[in-house]
Design a protein around this ligand. Structure first.
Ligand SMILES: [Zn+2]
Length: 288
């Protein structure tokens, strides 16, 4: 019997950037106030020490990907901003709050309200786990961009980079893992860079809200993915599968060289640092 490959291998979109999420969570844990960390430790039901909370947040950071199929929440992990969109279109691309920007706002409000009787499908612990994850997602440029291509999932790479076979997977995997596969070590390295930043830069890196972060990530994708890799600009469309994507996209074969990988490293490092600092700021505001 021949089993279709799709049933055997998870699609890249389902296992994306696991290391990235863990790094973001670990950086955030280092920047929590004492009060916020105590509340996080209670929500995650672990001891309130820096190391235990950082480990628990790293585990919590990948939960939302594990439950998205069963809970029908896949759309909460991204926002489909097209190459034609301006910032004013963010609302249009988030009908029924079915996108990452809205879900960050709603889960933050749930946690802040601290109302045990609140009518929600998800517990406060779940709300925290979603927040830790979705703030990370919003910093992966291809989670804030669409060119009728499922955020870069539909453009194949000319030749695989490590295990990544399409543009989205390249940003999920190798661009992070090539900096080191140990999330604890990478987080510590990036946190050292944060400590060495001038105060003004650290404040900049911590700033903004979900809409700002999505738009910033989108601009990064426009310049560093779509323009740099010469991917054709398509009419606005949101295909459910790559088989329904425009021919031009399906027939694109993207060439990625070592220079591209090197040039993207500082961008990925900054996105991880920003996501960690911003997640900490958000949690300090609602739980601090
Ligand atoms: Zn996700």
């Amino acid at each position: 019997m021949v089993i279709p490959a799709l049933l055997i291998f998870p699609t890249p979109a389902q296992c994306w950037w696991e290391e990235g999420h863990q790094v973001v969570a670990r950086i955030a844990a280092q920047h929590l106030t004492a009060a916020a960390r105590r509340n996080v430790s209670q929500l995650l039901e672990v001891e309130d020490t820096p190391e235990v909370v950082a480990n628990a947040m790293a585990v919590a950071s990948i939960w939302a990907d594990q439950v998205k199929a069963d809970t029908g929440t896949s759309n909460w992990h991204f926002i489909n901003l097209t190459l034609q969109d301006s910032r004013a279109n963010i609302g249009d691309r988030c009908a029924n709050d079915d996108c990452a920007v809205a879900r960050v706002r709603l889960f933050a409000a749930q946690l802040k309200a601290n109302d045990p009787d609140a009518d929600s499908r998800f517990s406060d612990e779940d709300a925290l786990r979603f927040l830790v994850h979705l703030v990370g997602d919003l910093h992966q440029p291809l989670h804030a961009s669409s060119d009728a291509d499922q955020g870069g999932n539909c453009e194949a790479l000319d030749s695989a980079v490590d295990d990544a076979k399409n543009v989205h997977a390249l940003w999920d995997g190798p661009l992070v893992s090539r900096m080191g596969v140990d999330d604890t070590a990478l987080a510590a390295e990036l946190d050292k860079e944060i400590a060495d930043m001038p105060d003004g830069q650290r404040a900049d890196f911590s700033a903004g809200g979900a809409e700002d972060w999505a738009w910033e990530a989108h601009r990064l994708a426009v310049v560093n993915v779509y323009k740099r890799l010469a991917i054709p600009k398509e009419d606005v469309a949101f295909p459910d599968t790559c088989a329904q994507a425009p021919d031009e996209i399906r027939e694109t074969s993207v060439e990625v060289d070592e220079k591209y990988m090197d040039d993207m490293q500082p961008i990925v490092r900054d996105q991880l640092k920003k996501a960690g600092l911003r997640l900490a700021r958000l949690l300090n505001e609602i739980l601090g």
